[in-house]
Write a protein that binds this ligand. Structure first.
Ligand SMILES: Nc1ncnc2c1ncn2[C@@H]1O[C@H](COP(=O)(O)OP(=O)(O)OP(=O)(O)O)[C@@H](O)[C@H]1O
Ligand SMILES: O=P(O)(O)OC[C@H]1O[C@H](OP(=O)(O)OP(=O)(O)O)[C@H](O)[C@@H]1O
Ligand SMILES: [Mg+2]
Length: 279
């Protein structure tokens, strides 16, 4: 059985579990349970702290895991990224009291609070800046007001927490992070199926099916607007001059494509979600 680590709490936990359920795997009923055997799919799930997942996978105790890119790099684990998963996106930045610091070099000799000391330490070292890292577990934004640090390095999503603490970002982006699928051995049996299924969930979320009726003479023009994955499905209608067309389109572009097709002469344009996909 493939042994898979899944975040048990925190920002990544809910979406990770939801993706696995949409990919056809069993989900835990009790949010406190730490283990689930999904015999039908040949997978065992271990629900662990996202911060610990790279350590379990890197050590070989577990085969595969879902965690954040920032957490993977911070851990120093030898596990590697197999694929990004398109959720849990965040940016890792330096921040300090408004107007106090402006460049990375300003951090020389400064106390920097973070809960990602591995990641931040590597970043500073590679750029020849020596700062004093203060390791905290969370709520790092308060460290400056409370006087245990002069600046911070932390996850920024909307920036609300920073602003509320009177801090502003400065210096280079430390990392663009996202949830990732990780493994120590990318050729481990079973990983490819898991990856393909998760990819199918991503596709199902990113695309929709669009059906519309079109005068056949406009088909080439319509195909330029919405080419579909391989090419549009064209089905005959009772009226020989018209056809029913089906294409996959990016969910994000749905309305622009509908407008363009309507302007061209398409009618009865219908959009439906995709529940699962293998491309
Ligand atoms: N707003 C956010 N705050 C924290 N982490 C976020 C956020 N958005 C995305 N993430 C990602 O989630 C992962 C951190 O998850 P983790 O569960 O350790 O922290 P958390 O959500 O802050 O939970 P907690 O602080 O309660 O332990 C990282 O990969 C991080 O980049
Ligand atoms: O830019 P924002 O949208 O404000 O989000 C970023 C904040 O959210 C996270 O905190 P979390 O709630 O996880 O608490 P923690 O700091 O204790 O981990 C993160 O550590 C930042 O503090
Ligand atoms: Mg947090």
């Amino acid at each position: 059985m493939l042994r898979v680590a899944v975040p048990n709490k925190g920002s990544l936990s809910e979406t990770a579990s939801q993706m696995l359920t949409e990919a056809g795997y069993s989900g835990r009923r009790d949010p406190k349970s730490l283990y689930l055997a999904d015999e039908r799919n040949g997978v065992e799930f271990f629900y662990l702290r996202p911060r610990d997942i790279a350590t379990y996978v890197g050590s070989g105790a577990l085969d595969v895991g879902i965690t954040g890119r920032d957490l993977l790099l911070d851990s120093g684990s030898t596990a590697g990224e197999v694929a990004p998963l398109d959720f849990g996106s965040s940016t890792f930045r330096f921040a300090g009291p408004a107007g106090k610091y402006s460049t990375l070099e300003d951090l020389q000799g400064v106390r920097v609070a973070t809960s990602y000391a591995g990641l931040v330490g590597d970043f500073l070292k590679a750029r020849g800046v020596t700062a004093e890292l203060v390791s905290l577990d969370g709520a790092v934004e308060s460290a400056v007001q409370l006087g245990v640090a002069d600046a911070i390095a932390d996850v920024v999503e909307t920036g609300t927490t920073l602003r509320a603490a009177g801090l502003e970002i400065f210096g280079p982006v430390i990392l663009q992070s996202t949830a990732v699928l990780i493994a120590a051995d990318p050729s481990i049996p079973g990983l490819e199926v898991l990856q393909r299924r998760l990819q199918g969930v991503l596709v199902a979320r990113q695309y929709v099916l669009m059906d519309y009726d079109l005068p056949l003479r406009l088909l080439d023009e319509a195909t330029k607007i919405a080419p579909g994955f391989e090419s549009p499905t064209v089905s005959p209608l009772h009226d020989p001059e018209w056809a029913a067309i089906r294409v996959m389109v990016s969910r994000h572009d749905t309305n622009q494509i509908m407008d363009a097709l309507y302007d061209l002469g398409a009618r009865a344009i219908i959009v439906t979600p995709i529940h699962a996909a293998r491309l």
